[in-house]
Ligand binder design. Structure first.
Ligand code: SF4
Length: 338
């Protein structure tokens, strides 16, 4: 059994100072970290409990009309917050598509950003080959069971996917991650927060050592009338995405002024479908245009032995999600209300 020390942080500066100790990690809801520790995948020497930092559990409007969601806001509270439901229904839908009600009640927004892949070889320490868990050991998934794995942006070192639903919506909404660390505070554009695996698959994000996520900032709402989150999975609830799509549109009648599309379940980070977006800008919205845009985006796909089905599935999901976004958010189901 590993010896672990515990410290409760009273404020952000105290948490950052405590994190200077090698092997120290922050713990919020703990819904992923504790599983990793119990499975022998993570071995922190110290847990810094950040759950009592009051400044991080607020939802507040920003002077520019955007919204700041504190890193400690629980997933269920964020999903059911009136300002999120009315101004960013895409985010509310994505949050409610994730995990189970019990997990959403514990999991935090900051922790959701940090959750690790659900690649089975990463979690099962009986498999010695996993570059993410043990850099340089190889990747058991490349020649193994890879039905759930990446079709875009993977490397020979790792073909895992990011499991977060929330992050797919945040990618489409162009959110910003606010962090504080030993060298001060900085803002990370969402597209730069999660990494592709490259030759360093052990790194999921661009966070520097000792940095703490303090909030996620959303720009002023542009897509509250036309957005949709579609999650395709093996069973109706409590399952990770095979493919998911966050679609957000600004329309002039039937003409697409702006299209934002992000994909989940297909890459090591939420995948912004910029090729499809460019294809759609200025076009008349119909199924044929969407089919062309989706095909152009997935032309870059490099499926593995067990997941070629995801290429067509992702294209069909883009079409369906974006058509539902065009039909309007009014009347769409956003799930539970607190
Ligand atoms: Fe490990 Fe990534 Fe390969 Fe999975 S895909 S076994 S996480 S290196």
């Amino acid at each position: 059994m590993d010896a672990i020390s515990y410290q409760r942080a009273a404020d952000v500066n105290g948490a950052i100072a405590a994190a200077q100790r090698p092997g120290a990690v922050f713990i919020g809801g703990g819904t992923n970290l504790l599983d990793l520790m119990k499975g022998g995948v993570a071995h922190p020497v110290m847990l810094i409990d950040i759950t009592r930092i009051e400044t991080l559990d607020q939802v507040e409007t920003l002077p520019n009309g955007g919204l700041r969601i504190g890193a400690l806001v629980r997933n269920s509270d964020a999903a059911n917050h009136t300002l999120v439901r009315t101004r960013y229904p895409l985010l509310s839908q994505a949050l409610l598509a994730g995990a189970s009600p019990q997990l959403r009640n514990m999991a935090t927004v900051g922790g959701n950003l940090m959750q690790r892949t659900r690649c089975p070889y990463f979690y099962d320490t009986a498999f010695t080959q996993c570059n993410k868990r043990a850099p340089g050991s190889g990747c058991a998934a490349v020649g193994g069971f890879n039905r759930m794995h990446a079709i875009l942006g993977a490397s020979a070192q790792c073909v895992a996917v990011n499991p977060s639903d929330m992050s797919v919506a945040l990618a489409a909404l162009d959110a910003t991650v606010q962090v504080s660390g030993p060298r001060g505070a900085r803002s990370i554009p969402f597209a730069s927060f999660h990494r592709l695996p490259g030759d360093r698959p052990e790194l999921d994000t661009t966070l520097q050592s000792g940095e703490l996520i303090t909030s996620v900032d959303l720009p002023p709402p542009l897509f509250s009338e036309h957005s949709h989150y579609l999650k395709i999975r093996d069973r109706a609830s409590y399952a990770f995405a095979l493919v998911s799509v966050a679609s957000a549109l600004q329309l002039d009648g039937h003409r697409i002024r702006t299209a934002r599309i992000a994909l989940g379940g297909i890459a090591h980070r939420p995948w912004r479908a910029s090729v499809a977006e460019q294809h759609l800008a200025g076009k008349t919205l119909n199924e044929s245009t969407l089919r062309e845009a989706a095909a152009a985006e997935l032309a870059q796909a490099r499926p593995l032995s067990g997941n070629a089905f995801k290429v067509g599935l992702a294209q069909r999901a883009i079409i369906r999600s974006t058509m539902l976004a065009a039909a309007g958010t009014q009347g769409q189901t956003t799930g539970e209300v607190a």
